[in-house]
Design a protein around this ligand. Structure first.
Ligand SMILES: [Fe+2]
Length: 187
């Protein structure tokens, strides 16, 4: 992306959770009759927007794998990666709409995602099923970790609704990680 202001994270060193780890200006918070304290809502909004960026990044990575995988397992992996893309798009919608329910602004543009995502960039030149299985399982595992941390963060903020959404996403991501990793586990 042209306007990336922060360097992409190094492999194996994802920045976690904290909105302040990325350049996040304080965004507008709308007044609402939702009884969660405004300070909690502000924190939850920032944390959820961080997870949203990771989620949209993961979604694009699963499409990248869907389009480019080759080899004897092509059709199985091609279809699996598209199922993952569709599921992850739903997770992004859950996160974004939770941000708005809390009075925030969902920040899900490609530019924001490119700047803010904590996932490692998906390698462009991959070809074989094994290569895509390795790369996408890495991405799913990284996202799964950030979501699990997010559940704890929402529990600390006493935002049970956001914790529940993240728990649902965590369950789904664990399942997709199993589906992808199973291709490595048959030997
Ligand atoms: Fe397709």
């Amino acid at each position: 992306m042209a306007h990336t202001t922060a360097p992409r994270r190094e492999q194996g060193a994802p920045a976690l959770g904290n909105a302040e780890s990325r350049s996040t200006p304080p965004t507008k918070v709308y007044p609402t009759k939702n009884d969660l304290p405004e300070a909690s809502r502000r924190e939850a909004i920032a944390l959820l927007n961080q997870r949203l960026a990771d989620c949209i990044d993961l979604q694009t990575q699963s499409k990248q794998a869907h389009w480019n995988v080759k080899g004897p397992s092509f059709i199985a992996l091609h279809k699996l990666f598209d199922e993952i893309n569709a599921a992850v798009a739903e997770y992004a919608d859950l996160l974004a709409e939770r941000v708005v329910q809390l009075g925030g602004i969902a920040e899900g543009t490609v530019g924001v995602v490119a700047e803010r995502s904590t996932l490692v960039d998906y390698p462009i030149g991959l070809s074989t099923g094994a290569e895509h299985v390795a790369a996408l399982s890495d991405a799913l595992a990284m996202f799964g970790r950030t979501v699990r941390v997010g559940i704890e963060e929402m529990n600390e903020l006493e935002d049970a609704g956001s914790a529940d959404i993240l728990t649902e996403i965590s369950r789904g991501v664990d399942k997709w990680l199993w589906f992808v990793e199973a291709h490595q586990q048959g030997a």
